[in-house]
Design a protein around this ligand. Structure first.
Ligand SMILES: [Zn+2]
Length: 349
């Protein structure tokens, strides 16, 4: 943290954003704090975003992201605001959003959906990017990371760095407790909905259903009319436009497509204007509806083909979903979306 340097990119961002907030270490992700509205802010680490609401009695933070970022954010919050972080809410349990909470543990309570406890009980957790326990030994083996990483590079899996970072004891395998070492478990869990009231301000927590994760929490800031949700609304491929085909890793991360669609509808039913996602730029409620319709159209097309007894290869060569041809990643990801839907609809009939 002593060797921070302001890069050209960060310097450019300082001109656009609040002076002094965009600071990058050499080779490190750009970090900045960006106002959303009122006392609500996004905190950025590359294309990963946290969110926080400042109240007279303390801060409610959504996602600590990782150890380095959380330490940076703690310093920034201490410097800018006169109140401590009182709650850390987890959007879901995946390591790339949930690590680093220790930076706030002296003042904060940690809140997550109840399924987060199961994902942290020592068994192989529900994971993103088709990183699944193929040999059922309860550990991450190299090939279990390599298979999705090499077959879907830049989209699914992780990288060979996974073992450099997470194989803490150097035995060539990563146990769940090694992967989750830097995740502070939730102190408070809920099942359906929960409300945090702090300093006269309200934050509503909603479990939308199963999707990219099985322990998702959507944060609704009703006074600000903003929703914070990660991954299922905008995955890590989304940058400046929500109109982007989903990564579609494995059979859609092991959640039934009916649950994905239910998750979108749950968010659409909330009263808000803007989504501040965990990845990419802000978007409006219509972006949620558009993405839900993509899923519905994908399911309809693949289901119809399956009902006609057509093979996966036939479906891949005939389903075009032309309405989405202008979306990001259309060419690259449409075949994978068809295959993931095919597998999903066979698994969860
Ligand atoms: Zn995730």
């Amino acid at each position: 943290m002593l060797h921070r340097a302001v890069s050209a990119l960060a310097a450019a961002l300082i001109c656009l954003a609040d002076a002094g907030t965009a600071i990058a270490q050499p080779g490190a992700p750009v970090r900045e704090i960006v106002p959303v509205t009122g006392d609500l802010y996004r905190a950025r680490n590359g294309n990963w975003y946290a969110i926080f609401l400042v109240t007279p009695d303390g801060i409610v933070l959504g996602d600590p992201l990782n150890v380095d970022f959380a330490e940076w954010l703690r310093e920034e919050l201490d410097r800018r605001f006169d109140v401590p972080v009182r709650y850390v809410v987890y959007s879901h349990s995946h390591f790339d959003h949930a690590e680093g909470g220790a930076a706030f543990a002296d003042t904060a309570l940690f809140v997550g959906h109840e399924n987060m406890l199961r994902n942290m009980d020592g068994r192989f957790p529900q994971m993103p990017g088709d990183m699944v326990d193929r040999n059922d030994n309860g550990r991450f083996d190299p090939e279990e990371i390599d298979i999705p990483t090499t077959t879907r590079p830049g989209v699914c899996g992780f990288s060979p760095r996974f073992f450099d970072v997470y194989d803490r004891d150097g035995d060539g395998l990563v146990a769940p407790e090694e992967l989750q070492r830097d995740i502070v478990p939730p102190d408070i869990v809920y099942s359906d909905r929960m409300k945090i009231v702090l300093g006269g301000r309200t934050v509503e927590l909603i479990h939308p259903g199963l999707n990219h994760a099985d322990d998702a929490t959507v944060m609704l800031f009703p006074d600000e009319r903003v929703v914070f949700a990660t991954e299922f609304l905008a995955d890590a491929l989304v940058t400046d436009d929500i109109h982007s085909l989903p990564s579609a890793c494995g059979p859609f991360d092991g959640s039934p497509l009916s649950e994905w669609i239910r998750s979108y509808r749950t968010v659409e039913a909330l009263d808000f204007d803007i989504v501040a996602p965990g990845h990419g730029a802000l978007f409006d409620k219509a972006g949620v509806t558009d993405t839900r319709r993509f899923f519905e159209d994908l399911v309809a097309a693949v289901s119809a083909g399956m009902a006609e007894g057509r093979s996966l290869e036939e479906l891949k060569s005939s389903i075009t979903l032309d309405r989405y041809s202008g979306w990001e990643n259309y060419e690259r990801l449409l075949p994978h979306n068809i295959e993931a839907a095919y597998d999903n609809l066979q698994l969860y009939r």
